[in-house]
Write a new protein. Structure first.
Length: 443
């Protein structure tokens, strides 16, 4: 963990109070001081039910925020929540005085002078661009670039053409088919980085064939993940060995399911499906790398062991609506192809929303309607345990149980691509498919 605006923290022995020491001599972009009062103001606002906050669920444990002194703040929790400090990384402290100038309604459209970061908001043209300029009084020292323009260009081929013509200095997610070509192009550099996006096929476990663990194990043996990575996503994936991405606290290795169609057939026969069965799979179109093609490959592999898959490929909004519409009594889909990229680097953030039985759909991420009492117990204990070594042990046990129980077809962790001009240097890429503007330099 790396501190930015804080310099240290301590947690009480009962896990209910987190006291944080703040760095001094930091200014907001409106010139007012960063201090404990600003931190309290920010988190009081985030807990206000009248304010729309996308990730408020990450603060479910927070009861109150208390100013101890000018540069000390205490978070009082409703219950012990071990990932709390990591969850705080999703939120940004704002200037109370600038908030008073802008107002809540205007904040969604105007980010001017709100933060303490290295870039100041200048302009936002919806659907076209956002423009930021250097904040000379940034506490970490001024960055080397004077202005940064983020352009909205949905078409990957257009982004690539603009990079090659010099109209752009950097592009995110160029066409995977062109990575090799771009890597060999003079004046262009390509970064292929591991991400936190875990690609899976969710299996509806409430009823039907996938209520039997042998069937769930069978489909894991039936799909050749290595071939999919090599031949369909152009190597832009690492075969899954866990339900948690490797960069997260609590990750634990498991032995990947080998490609073994004969073993899959035997498991299906043992489960009472010697001739297979018919099921429905939903795959989004244009959301993930070659999502439709990956779905078609899975359809083909399962067909080889006798499972006939009817494939549906809706657009992303329809997909999300259908996915979260599953219930303990009904689901239109037996399988759904999904990529999870949680924003808190802790096993709790990945496992609790997707695997705990309290998180069943509709409206929540356990769309498999998966329930395993041992997993529930381990996840409940681990998120309240303050001893980090004990947490690691609990998460390792939970991941092993999930791996054997197979509520997913475990596929791969998707990689993230950035292509940039060789005029750009110092680029640091994070697993969350983002980069650090503070280290970037332009020739």
């Amino acid at each position: 963990m790396v501190y930015w605006l804080a310099e240290s923290h301590t947690t009480s022995s009962d896990g209910l109070h987190v006291t944080m020491k703040l760095k001094k001599n930091i200014k907001f972009q409106d010139g007012t001081p960063f201090n404990a009062a600003a931190v309290k103001f920010t988190y009081d606002r985030l807990l206000n039910p009248q304010v729309k906050v996308p990730n408020r669920n990450l603060l479910a444990a927070l009861n109150t925020t208390e100013v101890v002194d000018e540069y000390t703040v205490r978070f009082n929790l409703k219950f012990p929540y071990a990932p709390f400090i990591r969850a705080l990384s999703n939120f940004y402290i704002i200037s109370p005085s600038q908030y008073a100038v802008l107002g809540e309604d205007n904040m969604a459209r105007n980010l001017y002078n709100l933060g303490t970061g290295p870039l100041k908001f200048k302009e936002w043209v919806k659907g076209d661009r956002m423009v930021f300029v250097k904040f000379d009084e940034y506490w970490g020292g001024p960055i080397s670039v004077d202005e940064v323009v983020f352009k909205v260009i949905p078409e990957a081929q257009t982004r690539e053409a603009m990079l090659l013509s010099g109209d752009l200095d950097m592009i995110l997610s160029p066409p995977p088919t062109d990575v090799s070509k771009l890597s060999g192009t003079p004046g262009v550099k390509v970064i292929v980085s591991d991400s936190t996006r875990v690609m899976t096929v969710n299996l509806y476990t409430a009823k039907g064939p996938f209520s039997d663990v042998r069937v769930r194990q069978a489909v894991n043996y039936a799909v050749d993940k290595e071939a999919i990575i090599k031949n369909i996503v152009f190597g832009l994936g690492t075969i899954s060995d866990s339900s948690v991405p490797p960069s997260f606290f609590g990750y634990s290795h498991n032995e990947p399911y080998e490609y073994n169609p004969e073993k899959a057939k035997k498991l299906l026969a043992d489960a009472g499906y010697p001739d297979g069965f018919t099921c429905k799979m939903m795959v989004p179109t244009g959301r993930y790398l070659f999502d439709r093609q990956v779905g078609e490959a899975i359809q083909s592999y399962l067909g080889k062991v006798g499972i006939k898959v009817e494939l549906f490929t809706p657009d992303w909004p329809t997909f999300v609506s259908q996915l979260l519409g599953a219930s303990p009594t009904n689901s239109t889909w037996d399988m759904t192809f999904v990529g999870y990229a949680m924003t808190v680097p802790d096993a709790d953030a990945m496992l609790y929303p997707t695997m705990h039985s309290s998180q069943w759909a509709p409206g929540k991420f356990n769309t498999m309607i998966y329930k395993n009492e041992k997993v529930d117990s381990l996840l409940d204990q681990a998120r309240r345990e303050v001893d980090q070594n004990k947490r690691l042990s609990m998460y390792a046990e939970a991941q092993k149980e999930i791996w054997n129980d197979c509520p997913w077809i475990f596929l791969y962790v998707q990689k993230f691509i950035i292509a940039h001009s060789d005029k750009v240097s110092g680029l640091v890429v994070y697993p969350y498919e983002t980069f650090d503007i503070r280290t970037l330099k332009m020739a």
